[in-house]
Ligand binder design. Structure first.
Ligand SMILES: CC(C)(COP(=O)(O)OP(=O)(O)OC[C@H]1O[C@@H](n2cnc3c(N)ncnc32)[C@H](O)[C@@H]1OP(=O)(O)O)[C@@H](O)C(=O)NCCC(=O)NCCS
Length: 456
């Protein structure tokens, strides 16, 4: 076939029942200049199937062309109906609902229901859902002993990751991931129990006794109670702080195929139980490039310390000495819609807790950066992490708790992504290809024949 310039239509593999057959013009024409062969590849939903490229070969023995995409910069790994992001327009929607409306009107539990089931619940469904989650908030006493075994200064995120993984041993039936009812039961348990484990990780770091869940409180009020209750018979959270946490939880509930969501899907594709998969997703979130950026913002604001030092700091950023933390986003190149809502939430929190002196530094940084040509031309805007750390700090939480506070609401998103993945007939175990660049075959040399070690 080499050298033959003949058109070949590649067989299209239909993705699913929902997928429309492509229009005659919805194709990509490719010429392989190595052979002169021409190919036509169907375009569906603005994408071509990478496996179609395998048909492009120099000869019959050739493995076929692969696409090389480190960090998945331009590869869709699934078809998803959960979260929509238009980074250029600054749009984020869960199941079609704009994030602004959900942050204004909804609660975290309602949003979790929406993410998992695809529709907003009726009032009856919502009451039943809230009741079920509330009655799964307790964990086995052995979990408590397990957490108590951590060192006094254990990082709360390490404690959360480990204790979520340990939960799988209490629910061995969770391994039956092919059973939809069983899957749903584990999802409810996880949404309910992660805040309990998160709060206990915090209490442990403070050397305080763990507080049991209070089933008469709302999801966020109960979490605040498990964090802060001391000798009082019932912890009364300030309604403004309870609502602020609710808004933060709604905003952080999902963000489509980010690092931890794709970890959840990838681990889940092995058909392991959801506790083990979610522990892996939480571990991915722990990384400073993902869930740890809000902590970096706080450190940066403290380092600047005073509004008068902001212009000099911005100059150093422009000279390339370091980056402005909480600015820029891989996806959003307009404005992170969550940042705007968080800024309003911060005002509501500071009205109760008092104004953080670092807020003035943050506001001045934002003002200067948004006017400066360096940031404007690179489309660098405040992201979700710019103000969220200030809110968590105002609530009295240490920076080590910030990724934990992110993991609580993201549990709903991870589970929605996992449920969609295990139910998707197109999915298989995630197993990327590689471009091998190592040694060619060579013979083993016994150690006695390898010469002496030469010190570096
Ligand atoms: C989020 C982030 C990793 C996205 O990176 P990205 O989309 O790969 O963008 P790039 O690294 O290609 O940067 C593009 C340009 O903007 C600049 N830039 C990006 N983010 C910047 C920041 N926060 N401060 C200063 N300059 C920045 C880069 O230096 C680069 O400039 P150049 O074209 O002159 O080389 C990046 O903006 C960043 O590091 N932000 C700070 C950390 C942060 O807040 N992370 C939380 C994300 S939710």
């Amino acid at each position: 076939m080499a050298g033959a310039a003949r058109a070949r239509t590649l067989t299209r593999i239909r993705a699913s029942e929902h997928e429309e057959a492509p229009m005659a013009t919805d194709t990509l024409s490719v010429t392989d200049n190595r052979t002169g062969s021409e190919y036509e590849v169907p375009i569906v939903d603005g994408s071509i199937r990478a496996t179609e490229l395998r048909r492009i070969k120099v000869d019959e023995d050739d493995f076929g062309l692969m696409s090389y995409d480190p960090a998945f910069l331009n590869t869709a790994s699934c078809r998803s109906a959960i979260t929509f992001i238009d980074g250029d327009a600054g749009i984020l929607r869960y199941r079609g609902y704009p994030i602004e409306q959900l942050a204004e009107e909804s609660t975290y539990l309602e949003t979790a229901y929406l993410l998992l089931f695809g529709e907003l619940p009726t009032s009856g469904q919502l009451a039943e859902w809230a009741d079920e989650i509330t009655h799964h908030t307790f964990v086995h006493e052995s979990m408590k002993r397990l957490m108590e075994a951590f060192r006094y200064d254990a990082h709360p995120m390490g404690m959360l990751v480990s204790s979520v993984a340990a939960l799988s041993t209490f629910y061995p039936e969770a391994a039956q991931v092919g059973d939809p009812e069983n899957r749903l039961l584990q999802a409810k348990r996880l949404i309910a129990k992660v805040p309990t484990l998160a709060a206990w990780a915090y209490r442990h770091s403070r050397g305080l006794p763990y507080v049991y869940p209070d089933n008469d409180l709302s999801f966020t009020a109960n979490f605040l109670s498990m964090l802060f209750r001391m000798a009082e018979p019932r912890y009364a959270a300030d309604p403004a702080l309870e609502r602020a946490l609710e808004v933060l939880f709604v905003l952080h509930a999902d963000h489509e195929q980010n690092c931890s969501a794709s970890a959840m899907r990838s681990i889940g594709s092995s058909r392991v139980d959801p506790y083990s998969a979610l522990a892996g997703a939480a571990a991915a979130l722990y990384g400073p490039l993902h869930g740890g950026a809000n902590e970096a913002v706080l450190r940066m604001l403290a380092e600047i310390g005073d509004v008068r030092r902001v212009p000099a700091y911005v100059e150093r950023v422009k000279e390339g000495d370091f980056r402005l933390m909480g600015f820029g986003h891989r996806v959003y190149k307009n404005y992170d819609p969550r940042a705007r809502i968080i800024k309003e939430t911060a005002d509501a929190v500071f009205a109760v807790t008092g104004r953080s002196p670092l807020l003035d530094v943050a506001l001045e940084l934002e003002r200067i950066a948004l006017e400066d040509e360096y940031f404007v031309s690179r489309k660098l805007y405040p992201n979700v992490d710019f103000y969220s750390g200030l809110i968590y700090e105002a609530l009295g939480l240490p920076t080590a708790m910030f990724p934990v506070l992110f993991a609580i609401p993201r549990t709903a998103g991870w589970l929605a992504q996992w449920l969609e993945g295990v139910d998707d007939p197109e999915q298989k175990i995630a197993r990327p290809r590689q471009v091998y660049v190592g040694e060619d075959e060579r013979d083993y040399t016994p150690v006695r024949d390898r010469g002496a070690l030469v010190p570096a």
